[in-house]
Design a protein around this ligand. Structure first.
Ligand code: FA5
Ligand code: MG
Length: 452
């Protein structure tokens, strides 16, 4: 098995550079000079600035992460998704060591931004539906209301994620208990839909990941899964074997989708690895002066088809990040904005209008605060980010490692720069100082690190 590495994404700062479409590079194109955004389920081995990997086995949450919940979110007590009623106590279990879901996460369940027709994510979802309806005449079944609480089996085992894969760790995934997670990708629904006899489907939903903080990463985001099964009749006349045929169909379909969405934009294919596809690819789009990964895809592993009643068939699958595409299409500079209820944001979008450029309603300066500490063995950046997010909520824009050294005694120091900025108003010095003080106290007491 290839090494399983997580990489830090690079800080993306400038604006979209939408350009003439480059011809899609062949899958084998070697890509240099870029940093790849994090992807726990893939390992595109691109150069990266920081290695944040903490390979944790799938064991209960380490002691240092247990107290990471805060009361930042005044969570509703229950929500309903896809006919399932989810109460706070079903998801947030403060005394259960196998649970690591904070209230800030529970407060997002059931909001289903992708089902709002005049929200950028809903507009994008509907435009992708249009593409599939137009090109495949209603062949694709659509699901956008499947419950995000899934079993470990659905999320990982059914899609062949190895037992020691980093994405299974408590550092990366929100566990409700030892057997149940908040899905970390829409691929969690592939197997059940196949078993249900489906051969063409699109699944859109909210997905959850413990992750670091910056303008293109958020612990709750939205994916659309696409899946298409072929039978031997489909490829027999093509002169290709089933895998080559499915890979060619996949790229054709996604290149067509990219043109449908963007018209002209600079993009490229990157070879990667997923446990559930082979070969596997990622599509990247040039955005804010850097390459932004917008989807992962590939030819489905035979084992998945075999286990679910489709022996002798082949299939392609993709999983795309709706926020990532919407940021490029609507010129939305920060992923937190998708969650804004501010009229000045929401009123700019309307049903069916893809690509209306977002006009920032105000620009408030960020305020930076640095924090240095000696880390311990249990320290992870995701745990730090969860604490910061729990205290500052969406007022935190970025948490970035700016200095890292080990002294002669072998002690390692990290310095993180936290950027605080509201999308909606000016923050007072006092407010920021309070936040930072609370963050420092929580980091000290919960992560047991020594502040410097
Ligand atoms: C997956 O989740 C795979 N399940 C995708 C897939 C499906 C591959 C089917 C093959 C076949 P990945 O972890 O790379 O892969 O995430 C897919 C996309 O989700 C990324 O390309 C990116 O667009 C988006 N994404 C990932 N993490 C975040 C995040 N924290 N915030 C916003 N978007 C994210
Ligand atoms: Mg990825």
């Amino acid at each position: 098995m290839r090494p399983l590495i997580r990489t830090a994404r690079c800080c993306l700062s400038a604006r979209v550079r939408a350009m003439a479409t480059l011809p899609m590079a062949p899958a084998a194109t070697a890509i240099s000079s870029s940093s790849s955004p994090t992807s726990p389920l893939s390992t595109s081995s691109l150069p990266h600035r920081l290695l944040l990997a903490r390979f944790l086995p799938a064991t209960p949450a380490p002691a240092g992460t247990r107290g990471l919940r805060t009361s930042a979110a005044a969570a509703a007590s229950a929500v309903e998704v896809g006919g399932v009623n989810i109460a706070r106590e079903d998801v947030v279990k403060e005394d259960d060591p196998t649970n690591n879901v904070p209230d800030t996460i529970f407060s997002k369940i059931g909001l289903q931004l992708h089902r709002r027709d005049n929200h950028p994510l809903g507009i994008l979802k509907n435009t992708i539906y249009d593409y599939f309806d137009k090109n495949f005449a209603g062949e694709f079944d659509k699901f956008d209301d499947l419950c995000p609480l899934v079993s470990v089996k659905q999320n990982f085992d059914d899609v062949l994620v190895p037992d020691d894969h980093v994405s299974r760790s408590y550092n990366d995934t929100y566990y409700v208990d030892g057997q149940t997670v908040l899905r970390c990708h829409t691929s969690a629904h592939q197997a059940e839909l196949l078993r249900d006899g489906r051969t063409h489907f699109l699944v859109t939903g909210d997905v959850y990941r413990r992750d670091s903080i910056d303008s293109t990463h958020y612990p709750v985001f939205h994916q659309m899964e696409g899946f298409r099964v072929f039978s031997p009749d489909d490829w027999s006349g093509s002169g290709m074997d089933g895998t080559a045929y499915a890979a060619a169909e996949l790229k054709k379909t996604l290149e067509g989708l990219a043109r449908h969405l963007f018209g002209a934009v600079e993009m490229r294919w990157v070879d990667t690895y997923f446990p559930f596809t082979n070969p596997s690819f990622e599509l990247e789009i040039y955005f804010q002066d850097d390459w932004l990964e917008v989807l992962g895809c590939g030819v489905t592993e035979q084992e998945i088809l075999k286990r679910n009643g489709r022996t002798d068939h082949v299939a392609w699958a993709f999983g795309l990040g709706l926020e990532r595409l919407a940021m490029v299409l609507f010129d939305i500079p920060d992923i937190r904005l998708f969650w804004s209820n501010d009229q000045r944001f929401t009123s700019q979008f309307s049903e069916g209008k893809l690509g209306v450029k977002f006009k920032p309603f105000s620009k408030f300066p960020p305020c930076y605060k640095d924090m240095s500490f000696w880390i311990n063995d249990a320290f992870t950046e995701n745990n730090l980010c969860e604490i910061v997010r729990g205290i500052a909520g969406d007022l935190v824009e970025e948490v970035k490692l700016i200095d890292n050294f080990t002294n002669k005694k072998g002690m390692t120091s990290h310095c993180y720069r936290i950027a605080y900025r509201s999308m909606e108003r000016s923050l007072t010095d006092e407010e920021i100082n309070d936040l930072q003080w609370n963050v420092r106290e929580a980091v000290k007491s919960k992560l047991k690190v020594e502040l410097r």
